[in-house]
Write a protein that binds this ligand. Structure first.
Ligand SMILES: Nc1ncnc2c1ncn2[C@@H]1O[C@H](COP(=O)(O)OP(=O)(O)O)[C@@H](O)[C@H]1O
Ligand SMILES: [Mg+2]
Length: 375
């Protein structure tokens, strides 16, 4: 087992003018499951591949277990990778697939057999050891790919979107299994995904990256409850946080025709660059319907409602100039609508105007100029 340290690590691919990973500082503790998450192209695979030794580091250092491995060959780093395309050898049995890397490394046959059997037991693959991959389900194949990594008994596991090839239902099952397995084995793990739900459900901690730059690192609840900037606020959580820029008038946020109270401490942190505006964020579950005369609520014209049985959602436009901005129910526009979770047994009618009150303790405030958190 080992701690992993990225120390001011930068990667600029030849021919690119911008770094794909820019001055990354990140510690993965011994035995920790760290999920690196961000949109496609943000530098996740590059980060992982530098740790694996498959990609050159242009600036900075990478340490595994206190040892500088920055220029070390991949095979000497004592890591094992599980890729998105975990192509198994079709002509080999499950056992041979799992033991192949050990065989190449010259591990004695008896030792290989022992490790493969142990891994198969952990992965619930014992009865399939003599089968060929084509006689396995997608989930079983995925577990064989995990098995290949486990038998190597590495210091660090690296996983690059290993669930991408599975259908939605299997992904949910498998992510639970992988998280449980990692905890059982206690091997330091860097897991890469673009899926924030995977990140929230699997990681001890999550590192959010955007355009090669680390945005925030923390436990899932920390990132969910206190996102450090607008990007993390919008990226973590589904349905996503409502985020809008509003004028600040007499210390209050003007939302459409209404005003809502803001904490003075947050407002006092705004600067001239913010031009008298503030970004107000709230999660759909942190607001609710309010009485028509509530002085600290804003008006919403309801464009769509959803009854999911357990939850109800209303989607709407904030009312400006006494009339709702052009209402649209097109799916692509639904993301831009304000979303509020309500009691599914008390859904308002489409077309009606309702008052929405944000839980003041759950409001997320950001400076428009820096996009950084104010409260
Ligand atoms: N071999 C390469 N040469 C040049 N640019 C690359 C190479 N590999 C990746 N990139 C660029 O680096 C950025 C990060 O890529 P990558 O790490 O694969 O992102 P992610 O895994 O988060 O989708 C992207 O803009 C991508 O186009
Ligand atoms: Mg990638």
């Amino acid at each position: 087992m080992a701690e992993v340290v990225f120390d001011h690590v930068t990667r600029i691919y030849p021919g690119n003018d911008k770094p794909s990973v820019d001055d990354l500082n990140l510690d993965i503790k011994d035995g920790e499951f760290l999920v690196l998450v961000g949109p496609s192209g943000c530098g996740k695979s590059t980060t992982l591949r530098m740790l694996a030794g498959l990609e050159e580091v242009n600036k900075g250092r990478i340490l595994i277990g206190g040892k500088d491995v920055t220029t070390m060959q991949p095979k000497d780093r004592d890591i094992a990778m599980v890729f998105q395309n975990y192509a198994l050898y079709p002509h080999m049995t499950v056992a041979d697939n799992m033991g192949f890397a050990l065989k190449i490394a010259g591990t004695p046959k008896e030792e290989i057999r022992k490790r493969v059997e142990k891994a198969a037991e952990i992965l619930d693959l014992t009865e399939y050891l003599d089968r060929k991959p084509k006689a396995l389900s997608g989930g079983q194949r995925q577990r064989v790919a995990m098995g290949r990594a486990i038998v190597r008994e590495p210091k660090v596991f690296l996983m690059d979107e290993p669930l991408s090839n599975l259908d939605a239902k299997l992904r949910v099952q498998t992510r639970t299994q992988i998280a449980a397995l990692q905890r059982q084995l206690g091997v330091t793990t860097l897991y890469v995904t673009h899926d924030q739900t995977e990140a929230l459900t699997m990681g001890d901690r999550i590192a959010v990256i955007k355009l090669g730059i680390l945005q925030q690192v923390g436990a899932p609840t920390e990132l969910y409850d206190r996102p450090a900037n607008v990007f993390v606020a919008g990226f973590i959580g589904s349905p996503s946080m409502n985020l809008n820029t509003h004028p600040v008038v007499n210390g209050k946020a003007k939302i459409g025709e209404d005003t809502i109270d803001l904490p003075t401490e947050a407002v006092s942190k705004l600067t001239a660059e913010d031009k008298g505006q503030i970004v107000v964020g709230f999660r759909p579950e942190d607001a609710d319907l309010a009485p028509a005369d509530d002085p600290n609520a804003f008006s919403l014209k309801v464009v769509n409602v959803e009854d999911l049985g357990s939850d109800g959602y209303i989607y709407g436009n904030i009312i400006t100039d006494g009339s709702a901005a052009e209402a649209s129910t097109m799916m692509s526009d639904q993301n831009k609508l304000t979303t509020v979770r309500v009691n599914p047994r008390a859904l308002p009618k489409v077309g009606s105007v309702v008052k929405i009150k944000i839980d003041p303790t759950k409001m997320h405030l950001f400076a428009p100029s820096t996009e950084l958190r104010l409260n």
